[in-house]
Design a protein around this ligand. Sequence first.
Ligand SMILES: *[C@@H]1O[C@H](CO)[C@@H](O)[C@H](O)[C@H]1NC(C)=O
Length: 288
Amino acid sequence: MAHSSSQLCIHALTLLCLIVTPTSAASFHDEMDITFGGERAKISNGGQDLSLSLDQYSGSGFQSKHEYLFGRFDMQLKLVPANSAGTVTTFYLSSQGAGHDEIDFEFLGNTTGSPYTIHTNVYSQGKGDKEQQFHLWFDPTGAFHTYTIVWNAQRIIFLIDNIPVRVFNNHEAAGVPFPKSQPMRVYASLWNADDWATQGGRVKTDWTQGPFTAYYRKFNANANIVGGNSKSTGSVNENQAWKTQEIDAAGRNRIRWVQKKHMIYNYCNDHKRFVNGLPTECKRSRFL
Ligand SMILES: *[C@@H]1O[C@H](CO)[C@@H](O)[C@H](O)[C@H]1NC(C)=O
């Protein structure tokens, strides 16, 4: 009996392992171009890992070779540890040119022991001003965590470790521009922004602590590549769930929890800033 039940257990574990094994990530060599910082951006481990560094002369960054029109974009990041004040690490989507669209994750560093701020924003046709900021429920410098942007025709969803933290719905019917026709690339960077980033610019980058380094891995895009077919880079199973992904009841509970416990700024609550009334979408969505 003991034997057969442990066999069962092994079989059950194998099955579980098969189910939870993440699909292999795309190679940074194949998917990305280094855009600035030269040697400060390093791809290693056969294309699986990428690190960006910042010193007092320059930061560094990269961008995707492909342009996309809608998709799900996952990246694992491990942020600059200890005294990261003044540094900004980014992972975002952006189109080019005037009237651009953009979907942002930005990670604002802090002094040792003080929390990072996760800054999110959406630009449509050149206009942003839709910031939401969060503190995290974990230390983003201790281990890799997954940051995800889902972008489909109905909504944009920001997820952290698969927990939705923000949704920006398409309210075009009410006259709110929504990014849906300009192709975007994936971008990432590490740069110095000590004129504004940490505690409103009061805390400066301590260059004696440099160079500062942030780590990226497991990039995956399940996305429509412009000029190509709908393609899932790196994953064997083409998962198209993002095309209609929405926030279900469980997701709503998660967003409520994040917004109640971890949100530190929401433009939709900033009556001082929008003296002539909150933006239209703020009055229409329950979860922004
Ligand atoms: C830094 O830490 C302070 C609290 O010590 C916090 O108010 C602030 O939001 C944190 N983040 C930034 C980017 O300043």
